[in-house]
Write a protein that binds this ligand. Sequence first.
Ligand SMILES: Cc1ncc(COP(=O)(O)O)c(C=O)c1O
Length: 387
Amino acid sequence: MKLSSRLSATEFPPIAEALSWVANRQSNRELLNLCQAVPSYPPAPELQAEFARLAHLPGTGGYTEILGINPLREAFAGHLTKAYGADVTAAEVGITSGCNQAFAATIAALAEPGDNVIMPCPWYFNHSMWLSMLGIETKSIPAFSDAGAWPDVEVARQAITPKTRAIILCTPNNPTGAICPAGIIEAFYELAVEADITLVLDETYSDFRPDALPPHRLLTRPAARDHLVQLFSFSKNYALAGYRLGALVAGPALMREATKFLDTIAICPPNISQQGVVFALRELDAWKAAKKALMAECLAAIRAAFKWPELKYQLVSSGAYFAYVKHPFAGESSKTVAKRLAQEFDILCLPGVMFGPGQEDYLRFAFANVDKEKMAPLVERLVASQS
Ligand SMILES: Cc1ncc(COP(=O)(O)O)c(C=O)c1O
């Protein structure tokens, strides 16, 4: 069979590859699975009950509008209006089958084969996979700068070519956990305006930021929708990863093009998930706040655990759901190290190489997958792996 050269050239899904390393494990010791970024807890019981109720309604089995049901678009616009101190309308909100689909629709609307998109490295692998599948070049800039764990606007400026269509920022970041300061996000937006390109902000982990301040003030500028697209997910904040629901916020021109993509790919986002999230946005602020506090405890626990005196693994950056760690085996590939941790030490994490070039010295630990009590045993096993 002749297959698409673009898909053949695109990496295999990293999580599936990592899970294959432990598919036949013999060990009796508990696997510390820090591989995929999923909450370690189920959805709120009230939300589960609501899904059960919704499942029995006659309309729940049907399609919805392409961009989602109006009550959800309105409820999420209301949520954003409060969270960002800005006026967001329902028309500016499109509901998608997860944030990955929101990203795919946005890029399909913005760029075409031969164009390029600037992305800080390390990056979220599904972003680079989608660019690769579309024949869009990923222009890598370092995700770290002298100022901190965020990219340098001037470096991005130098990377822009006539073929550049967008800059992607993911904050809080996957895989580093770093949170980009509002002023830096706004400077990237100014650069996008100057270059007449689009700033795409993936805010999947926004609800896990330590403070309640808006991540940035761009939504207060009505003209910002001409050069800004924001992407969201309901997978993590409501523990609904399998219900596949996300959103994008954009102006009318991008939304029109994204609508064509979304109709063709999935027709509509999952109906029951949309109705459930209307309930969640109305009823679950306290539940969400409690889970955010729980994740903050996990973050504090992993930061404390990495202070272990004999530990040679170095915590480079951490926040939200992730710890980005430099391993002590200089010269050894990150995949070899990650496989050894999986097969000999019962720790499943992802190797840096899955997050872009130049990441061989690093590993990503998605610590939200495990309870905070597991951080000390994790570090004990890491110390044992050093000899
Ligand atoms: C940065 C980032 N964007 C998007 C997604 C995918 O989110 P969703 O489950 O809403 O498609 C993830 C999932 O891990 C992610 O880390």
